[in-house]
Design a protein around this ligand. Structure first.
Ligand code: VGL
Ligand code: ZN
Length: 207
């Protein structure tokens, strides 16, 4: 059983959004081509309260990009993004949430960020994605979405740690690249942890 995990393909992460990932919109047609090949498709949705501790605006004297300690964890401060119930938090038009078997929201606890689709950054709480995949008998997890160097990376690393054969569909992802080379390093980290890095073309051939 295989599953495509779509990470945070939301309006705030594509050009025009609050935390725009360069070329983030380019993955939408690629993802749409992949969808029919999978047994299961799930999506994660960054879903923050306005009070979230990852927002620079909630820390006086700080700017987006600053690094702080947030309740004992290192935290990069972000522009306000993916606020629950706002248009920025919706899935991008063209990605039909009806085509997903299940949606997993994350990032609701204002005290901790949640990059991975499986757990918050402190691994205190699970989103339910791991239990869901195990319950469905999924063995092979394919990951696509935004952003390669944050939420995609940590979703891939947790999928590996949970024992799934894990594939990063590289051209179906885009990254923030806050610093030059971040995406390259993220892909190296995922590969080193055991992820198979493949293209959407290879995925379509091999499924
Ligand atoms: C993400 C930063 C903050 C992501 C989410 O989806 O990669 N990055 N929140
Ligand atoms: Zn976020």
């Amino acid at each position: 059983m295989n599953c495509l995990v779509l990470v945070d393909i939301q309006n705030d992460f594509v050009p025009g959004g609050a935390l725009a990932v360069p070329q983030g919109d380019r993955i939408v047609p690629i993802v749409n081509r992949l969808l029919p090949s999978f047994d299961l498709v799930v999506a994660t949705q960054d879903w923050h309260p306005i009070t979230h501790g990852s927002f620079a605006v909630n820390h006086s004297g700080h700017q987006p990009g600053d690094r702080i300690d947030l309740h004992g964890l290192p935290q990069i401060l972000w522009p306000t993004h993916c606020v629950q119930g706002t248009p920025g938090a919706e899935f991008v038009p063209g990605l039909d949430p009806e085509r997903c078997n299940q949606i997993f929201v994350k990032g609701m606890d204002p005290t901790v960020d949640s990059y991975s689709g499986f757990y918050d950054n402190g691994r205190r709480q699970a989103t339910g994605l791991g239990d869901y995949l195990q319950g469905k008998g999924v063995t092979d997890v394919y990951v696509a979405g935004l952003a390669t160097d944050y939420c995609v990376k940590f979703t891939v690393l947790d999928a590996l740690q949970l024992g799934f054969n894990t594939y990063l569909i590289e051209d179906a992802c885009r990254g923030v690249n806050l610093q030059a080379g971040d995406v390259t390093h993220a892909v190296q980290d995922m590969r080193a942890a055991g992820a198979q890095v493949i293209t959407s073309e290879e995925t379509l051939k091999h499924l």
